[in-house]
Design a protein around this ligand. Structure first.
Ligand code: SF4
Ligand code: SF4
Length: 134
């Protein structure tokens, strides 16, 4: 996996039945949604009820599983319970999760190693009541 040679916008997966970004991250105005709480507009089975009018923050949300071709297919956020994101300068990767042990799996540890190999610092963003750890 190579983050540094990847270009945003060249590839996009379909979210399928995943709606994790409508729950895990906090969302500012106009949604005013705390982290770890479902957005009022989310239908968990169907997705966003206001898709065509969704706020800009939702349109801009960048999930590495969705946009990186060599991101492991089986780490779709609703399956692995982690949304991976990248900072704008590409120097930090954020693992957003509400599960304390979500990064303890073999695949997630491999991913953390890939980021480290490319000099990208991993930062956990816990959204649940229990602190998460690497
Ligand atoms: S977390 Fe990623 S895969 Fe899941 S709905 Fe959001 S953008 Fe799509
Ligand atoms: S407005 Fe739609 S896309 Fe945005 S968080 Fe709510 S359900 Fe998800």
């Amino acid at each position: 996996m190579s983050i540094h040679t990847w270009q945003h916008g060249m590839f996009e997966r379909s979210c399928g039945t995943c709606t994790m970004c409508c729950k895990l991250p906090a969302a500012p105005e106009p949604l005013n949604k705390p982290a770890g709480v479902w957005c009022q507009h989310c239908d968990k089975a169907q997705g966003c009820r206001i898709y065509d009018e969704r706020p800009q923050g939702c349109r801009d949300f960048m999930c590495l599983w969705k946009v990186m071709p060599d991101f492991p297919e089986d780490l779709r956020p609703d399956k692995c319970k982690v949304i991976w994101q990248l900072s704008q300068d590409g120097r930090r990767a954020f693992a957003v999760t509400e599960y304390p042990d979500a990064l303890q799996t073999r695949k997630q540890r491999w991913l953390v190693e890939q980021f480290a190999r490319e000099g990208i610092a991993v930062q956990l963003v816990g959204t649940g009541p229990t602190p998460v750890k690497l």
